[in-house]
Design a protein around this ligand. Structure first.
Ligand code: G6P
Length: 614
């Protein structure tokens, strides 16, 4: 979490920093700050959002300068106030730093520095790093690059840092271990960002730093990249980015979340491009074809992930076990990494992640790798850490997702996971041919079916009006729709702050039924086939206890339609496709409830899009 920006060159830096921070607010929005150098260091910081920071610049003189760094914070050490905001300076004011990550041994380093006379203003670990760099620089009498190198060898933890030294304002130094950092390479100018979005409009030439790499950028000497542990020079790999700036703008929608919900038909087309060619052709997934023997000989598949991606993984368990007949486990990455898990020869570990940067998922990958698992990564952000840390994998190609609550990335994950399961099932001979063909035909039609569901937006918005004052919600689903009940509940609580729980419908009678009364709205996913009639019985039980029922049903439902208070239809489809479609009305329901409550839909309190701390 936390977003970092920076620039060194000839352009006025103020707008680059402010606009860049706005693009990175999805990474944290507790406080913001910038440092601009113009003959002297100017630091301004503010609790709250980038717009609060902008209001501190009342004098245009203060905006002048062509070197600067900025930060938007998701608080870890110390409350989200102005003092704890970044940038942080060393005691003398010479070193200024922006940091994303956690320095775990900051306390012991701080005590040593205090004994040496260093003074601290904030509660942050980042200020400790600024002073440590200054101390190394002075005691070893070295330049900033060397000082950062020595200092980073002393710290334990995770970081992406960008550092400025006012005694040499033509230079910026940065490093990464565990938190992302990208460099945009312009014409005798350099941009820095936690991702490429802050500089996409200026340059498409980008270097993604690897863990344990640091850079020194000098206006005179250009860029030098170094491996920290080996202290060796690394040849920078400059990628040509394909992302467009439009992708990261709202395009006429009130919120990114709504835009991203409506982008889903296109995102699915992009996800399937080159993979699902026509209903008749086989599915083409090169990473599976290349490693088919590994899948064929697999004893077990373990999915590891967090948040919404964990819900995708749970649905994948249903898909993979049904279509491949290989045992599947689904683990929270944060649990897996700390519980001494058993990994056997022949185990495939599949991390699933939108950002490709989630700290717990990355740590779980490292552990699984050490224990000999084959790692097949699924992520959305091209070039992300998870893509690089796994043996092979596949991108979801959902496009940039800016809204903190994941929508289109989830739909693309589950659609792709189904495609993978179909591909593997067909190759392994574990899926019956006519079923395979029927589901393929439905997947080809998926963007159209999603459009039909999206056309219910007005109906869903109307329904939402009734629930803006609700305090609790229950979401029920069974079989393939159970992970969707969990995801629907998560979406609602994330953005509307209404307490919501997802449950397997049949488990309701083992506890949650005690909560049901007329004040507890219940969302039931009751699509045709599968356990429809069993879910129908649950609906009757809920009705008998007076709760208001919102039901997601298949088109032309004749039974639940008479019992539920509100009904949202999705097209008739195979039960494996139903969860993909049933999830969409739940996204819209959460969106409209949260929006009508006046919540900040795109940036819900306390959350961040990319959780790069544990
Ligand atoms: C955060 C985000 C969620 C996301 C989760 C996992 O909590 O707010 O939307 O599902 O991280 O992130 P990942 O990028 O690994 O899918």
């Amino acid at each position: 979490m936390c977003g970092i920006v920076g620039y060194i060159g000839k352009k006025p830096v103020y707008d680059i920093l402010i606009n860049g921070l706005k693009k990175l607010e999805y990474r944290g929005y507790d406080s913001t700050g910038v440092m601009i150098y113009n003959q002297k260091v100017l630091i301004k910081k503010s609790k709250g959002k980038v717009t609060d920071l902008e209001s501190l610049f009342t004098n245009s003189e203060e905006k002048k300068g062509s070197v600067g760094i900025g930060h938007t914070r998701w608080a870890t050490h110390g409350p989200p106030n102005t003092v704890n905001s970044h940038p942080h300076s060393s005691s003398s004011g010479e070193i200024t730093i922006v940091h994303n990550g956690i320095i775990e041994n900051y306390d012991s380093i701080k005590k040593i520095l205090i004994k040496k006379g260093y003074k601290f203003q904030s509660d942050t670990d980042s200020e400790v790093l600024a002073n440590l760099i200054e101390d190394v620089k002075k005691t070893k009498k070295v330049k900033l690059g060397k000082a950062v190198h020595y200092a980073l060898k002393q710290v334990v933890g995770a970081y992406a840092v960008v550092i400025f030294d006012s005694s040499n304002p033509n230079e910026i130094v940065g490093a990464r271990l565990g938190s992302p950092l990208a460099i945009g390479v312009g014409d005798s100018e350099y941009y820095f960002g936690s991702d490429a979005t802050p500089f996409l409009e200026f340059t498409k030439r980008c270097i993604y730093l690897n863990d344990n790499e640091m850079f020194v950028v000098s206006l005179k000497k250009g860029l030098t990249l170094r491996e920290i542990k080996m202290d060796s020079i690394v040849d920078p790999y400059i990628q040509e980015l394909k992302q467009s700036i439009e992708e990261v703008e709202k395009g006429g929608y009130d919120h990114f979340m709504l835009k991203e919900i409506f982008e889903q038909p296109q995102s699915i087309i992009d996800t399937f491009r080159g993979r699902l060619i026509s209903p008749k052709d086989p599915i083409s997934i090169s990473s599976i074809e290349k490693h088919f023997e590994v899948f064929k000989n697999a004893n077990r598949i373990i999915f590891i992930s967090c948040g919404t991606s964990w819900h995708s993984s749970l649905l994948a368990e249903y898909y993979f076990e049904e279509l491949l007949r290989i045992p599947v486990e689904v683990e929270y990455a944060s649990e897996f990494r700390y519980r001494n898990p058993i990994i056997n020869k022949g185990d495939i570990v599949i991390p699933v992640s939108q950002s490709g940067e989630t700290a717990d998922t990355l740590a779980a990958i490292k552990l699984a790798k050490e224990r000999g698992a084959f790692l097949y990564g699924i992520c959305n952000v091209v070039g992300s850490s998870i893509a690089r840390e796994t043996h092979t994998g596949i991108y979801t190609h959902a496009g940039s997702e800016i809204g903190v609550a994941s929508t289109k990335a989830f739909s693309c994950q589950i659609s792709l996971l189904l495609l993978m399961a179909l591909k593997l099932g067909e190759k392994l001979g574990t899926i019956e041919k006519t079923r395979y063909k029927r589901i393929l035909a439905e997947l080809n039609n998926l963007p159209k079916s999603i459009r039909k569901v999206l056309s219910k937006n007005n109906i869903i918005e109307d329904i939402s009006k009734k629930f803006i004052n609700s305090s609790n919600f229950l979401y029920l689903g069974r079989g393939y729709n159970f992970p969707i009940a969990l995801e629907g509940a998560l979406k609602l609580k994330e953005i509307s702050y209404i307490h919501a729980e997802g449950y397997p419908a049949a488990e309701m009678k083992h506890g949650p039924i005690a909560l049901i009364d007329e004040k507890m709205p219940v969302v039931v996913i009751a699509t045709k086939k599968g356990s429809y009639h069993k879910v129908l019985s649950n609906v009757m039980e809920i009705k008998a206890r007076g709760a208001e029922i919102i039901a997601i049903v298949s088109k032309n439902d004749t039974e639940i339609i008479d019992i539920a208070d509100h009904v949202i239809e999705i097209p008739n489809c195979d039960e494996l496709i139903a969860p993909i479609l049933a999830n969409i009305p739940l996204q819209l329901l959460s969106y409209h409830i949260a929006n009508k409550k006046g919540c900040n839909v795109d940036q819900p309190r306390n959350l961040a899009k990319s959780v790069t701390v544990e």
